[in-house]
Ligand binder design. Sequence first.
Ligand SMILES: N[C@@H](CCC(=O)N[C@@H](CS)C(=O)NCC(=O)O)C(=O)O
Length: 204
Amino acid sequence: MQLYYAPRTISVAVAIVLEEAGLDYEAISLDFAGGEQTRPAYKQINPKGRVPALVVDGGILTETGALLDYIAAVAPQAGLVPDDPLMAARMRELMYYLASTVHVNHAHRLRGPRWADKKSSWKDMKEKVPQTMTACCEYIVSNGLRGPFVLGETFSLADAYLYVVCSWLEGDGVDVSAFPKIIAFRDTIEARASVKAVRAAGML
Ligand SMILES: N[C@@H](CCC(=O)N[C@@H](CS)C(=O)NCC(=O)O)C(=O)O
């Protein structure tokens, strides 16, 4: 497999899960500062101009949640999705929330031109990010993160996803000290060999 990624982006969740699954992969870093994700060569890989993209036997996959589910399915021995349907749905409940709400709120800090043309609108959107991301943290600690892992005692796909999102919080202006459960969660995930491996590779 080949993983197209950029350091510290959501694509790193895919690298963490590939490590957890014990699968071989080649990590290909894109130069976001140089706009490599917007160039025609990369748009042939992912027409959306985003990371991650994962080249697998049979095609190219995009969307973080879909990639994580694919990896879990091809490496069932890693036990990354719970067998219990309700717990599996709980895991995806948080993953869909991260994709559809939290990541989108975060993107308002740097990607204002996606939604508005006026610079004053970008400034307004950016200023709102600490508030929206703090509200997301409040929801997550009350309803999404059981502790120590998302689902309680067992690591699952949602932990890798949430971990990368939580690595953005200081940059998004969230007072993380107000969320000791998130600090404890980050410490728990940080200690995993998978995270140490991607950090050593310069992805985090
Ligand atoms: N819904 C997509 C979002 C992917 C996404 O927006 N990735 C960001 C990095 S965190 C990106 O590639 N941004 C590049 C850009 O906006 O130009 C997913 O979950 O995979």
